[in-house]
Structures are given as C-alpha cells and as structure tokens.
Design a binder for this molecule. Structure first.
Ligand code: GLN
Length: 305
C-alpha cells in the first residue's frame, strides 16, 4: 500500500500544473499549487502517507459534511430536511440561481453554500460563540485531533470578501429558512470553513464515516449509522458539486471536496482517504487530488458500484 501511494502520488503530480488555486478568497490565493499529498487510514489502524500529507490547509466545504451530522443530531432528520433539500443541483457550489426559482423556497442540498449556511443555522447553542465551539469540539472528536483550530487569516479574508454567501443568507432569512442575526450565522459558517487540517485529519474523519459513525480506534459510537449513511449518500450525489456524476463514474466512492484543495473520501467498511492539492479544476475540485483518488480506486477496486 505504501508503494502504491508513493507511485500514484508521483504520477498525479503532473496534473497540478493544469489547475489554479482559489483566489476568490484572497488568503487562499497564497497556496503553493505544486503541493500534493495523500493519507490513507484503514480500519486496522494503519496509516499510509505520501507527498505533502502534513501540509496544513483550511477544510472549507468538507466542513459541510460534519456540520450536517451535528445538525441532524441536534434537530432530527425531519426538522433538518424541512430547511434543506436532498437533490443535486448541477450548478456551481456558490450559485444563487435556484434559491428563488425552486418552490418551496429552500436550498436544494446541504453540500452547496446556501444549503450549508442553512445547516449551520440549525446548530444548537445560545449564541454564535457557543455554536462554533460545539462545531469545533465535534471536529476534534471525530478526527481524534484536539488541536484543530481555525486559520485566522483565511477566516478574516473570507469574512471580508464573502458577499455572495452574505447575499444568499439574507435571501434565505427573507423567505423564512432561518431567523436571527445573519452576520452571526455567517460568522459561524466562515469559521467552520477556516478550520485548519492536514490529510491525516480528513482521512480519519472519512474513516469514521466509513465505520458508520464509530471511531475505529476506541469503538466509541458518536453518531447513528443512519446519520453516517445520509452524509455519505450526499457525498456521492453532491460532494463534488457539479462534477459529482463524473466522479461517481471514475472513482465511485463517497467524497467531499473543498476549495482549500482538500478532498475527504470514505470507502464504506474499508478506509478513509484524505488528499490535498490546492490546484483546482474549473469546478473548484483539487485536480491532482481527483487523479489520486481515481487511481487508488482503480488499483484497489474501491468503487461501491
Ligand atoms: N468557504 C467557501 C465558500 O463559502 C467554501 C466553498 C468550497 O470549499 N467549495 O465559498
């Protein structure tokens, strides 16, 4: 497995030249597009790593899967999906267009920005500080890394420039998807996106999902099998945004990407995989990261289909 990881990393590296780092959040534009890393964490406690696996990056949209778990645990399945739908959009992750034209008015799924902001508004807590602390504690618990914290520069950068997310959030409050202070809700969302991780952290979260909500090392059940199943299903149908169909064919495992360059994959009953490569394709997914996952899936026969 170690040799396979090294070989695949080397082969995938060439592709990073074809991608671009995200610049719409200015602090992300500073990332080195040549970086590429992978971590594979299996059910037996083995960890295989290659390349820039210990490079830190912000989790960005991968966080959407984790807050969704917490929101369902806080509110139940029915109340959560009264606020956000279950259907893929075929649009970009930050698209606004369907918010107004879909009836009843609610974001189509929790993996796009609008849906994730609605999900964040559902997290229990007396104020935004407590809400974010609960999210951070949950991230720490399921990654087994109690040092996780936010990258302040990225957080400030997105907060200063996130007007598209801001406009979606105000629209959603207007149509009654949530109440309360929009800036407070956005603040929690921007912070959750700015949590800094490496490939090992996201591989472990992927493994936790692969193990149906139980931390493999301790045997501790954190969430129900049903919650883990719902999240993995969204990862298949919407986890790679409007590239989810192609990814399902070429890779065939539940995965969630973020514009920081990470992709978290969860191979049911087998392993969690974390990849990092900040050079993105035109849909906002790590170009080298997708290639690593494609090759791993092919060599190890990982497709769930
Ligand atoms: N924080 C980013 C945003 O809201 C997350 C997007 C992403 O990773 N695709 O725009």
């Amino acid at each position: 497995m170690q040799k396979l990881a090294n070989d695949i990393l080397l082969k995938s590296k060439k592709l990073t030249e074809k991608g671009n780092v995200a610049e719409y959040i200015p602090a992300l534009g500073k990332a080195d597009p040549n970086k590429l890393g992978v971590c594979i964490a299996d059910m037996h406690g083995n960890i295989f790593t290659a390349g820039d696996y210990n490079n830190k990056f912000t989790i960005q949209s991968i966080s959407k899967t984790i807050t969704l778990m917490l929101a369902i645990m806080d509110n139940g399945v029915e109340n959560t999906f009264n606020k956000v739908g279950m259907e893929p959009t075929g649009d970009a992750f930050n698209s606004i267009i369907k918010l107004e034209i879909v009836s009843p008015s609610r974001p189509l799924n929790p993996m796009i920005n609008a849906g994730a902001i609605a999900v964040t508004s559902l997290i229990n807590g007396k104020d935004s500080k407590e809400r974010f602390q609960r999210i951070l504690d949950f991230f720490r618990l399921i990654s087994g890394n109690n040092k996780l914290d936010i990258n302040n520069e990225v957080y400030e950068s997105e907060k200063a420039t996130g007007d598209r997310n801001r406009s979606m959030a105000y629209f959603m409050r207007d149509v009654g998807i949530f109440e309360g202070d929009v800036e407070d809700i956005l603040d929690v969302y921007f912070k959750q996106c700015s949590i800094e991780v490496d490939c090992i952290d996201i591989a472990k979260i992927g493994l936790f999902l692969a193990n149906r909500g139980i931390i493999p090392q301790t045997g501790e059940r954190i969430t129900t099998e049903n919650v883990a199943r719902i999240v993995k299903t969204f990862m298949i149908t919407c986890g790679m945004y409007n590239a989810s169909g192609e990814f399902a064919i070429n890779v065939g495992v539940p995965a969630k990407s973020g514009v920081g360059g990470g992709i978290m994959a969860s191979v049911p009953h087998k392993m969690g995989i974390g990849v990092y490569g900040p050079a993105l394709d035109n849909k906002g997914n790590s170009i080298g990261g997708i290639e690593i996952l494609r090759q791993l899936s092919k060599q190890l026969n990982l497709s769930i289909f």
